[in-house]
Design a protein. Structure first.
Length: 204
């Protein structure tokens, strides 16, 4: 069913803008506003929708090479991937019941072709250029200061203590002694869907 874009609005809970849609049957709904979508444009959802920014359709109906956002990981599960400002994923191949997506990290991943995605990339990409200017603006957002472990006392952090500035003499660790980085759990059940891992500077 087609819907008309009534407004592009600010949302304090995300970096992207949101678009208010007025459907032909009177229903109103918000979507994440993609790039080049403006007030008065018409978008639609369904397997036969045109390939233009803002239209939502299953991956199996989207041509290979198309840039998409707001992608489901499971059919009917709701958008999970590429929802923040300026992000997008590219549909690089389709094989059987799976479609292959290239993530912003460079990872190529299989997703069921029945999952839905929205055509285009998320708008408001210039959000990343904001200079916050002062710590107080981050405090308004609920972000508190980050204190380095090396300036703490030994009772507070494994890197703490020492006369003057010391490097600690050990590999960087968290306050609880866990090695820095390596936050991803190995052997997750969804790892079998990864076709090519993202490039990292670490040995896996």
């Amino acid at each position: 069913m087609p819907a008309k874009v009534a407004h592009i609005e600010y949302d304090p809970n995300r970096t992207a803008r949101i678009a208010l849609l007025h459907y032909a049957d009177g229903e109103k709904r918000y979507i994440i506003a993609p790039n080049r979508l403006g007030q008065g444009d018409v978008v639609e959802s369904g397997p036969n929708a045109d390939i233009k920014p803002g239209n939502n359709l299953p991956l199996r109906n989207i041509p290979t090479g198309t840039v998409v956002h707001a992608v489901e990981l499971r059919p009917g599960g709701g958008a999970k991937i590429a929802r923040s400002a300026g992000t997008s994923v590219q549909l690089v191949a389709k094989e059987g019941k799976y479609a292959q997506l290239r993530m912003p990290s460079g990872e190529i991943r299989n997703v069921e072709a029945a999952c839905r995605a929205t055509v285009g990339e998320v708008g408001n990409a210039e959000q990343s250029n904001i200079s916050w200017g002062k710590a107080g603006r981050m405090r308004w957002k609920g972000v508190r200061p980050t204190v380095r472990g090396v300036v703490m006392n030994p009772v507070d952090h494994p890197h703490g203590g020492g006369e003057g500035r010391t490097s600690g003499g050990r590999h960087p660790v968290s306050p609880w002694g866990k090695p820095e980085g390596r936050t991803r759990r190995p052997n997750k059940s969804s790892d079998r869907l990864i076709v090519r891992r993202r490039r990292t500077g670490k040995k896996r």
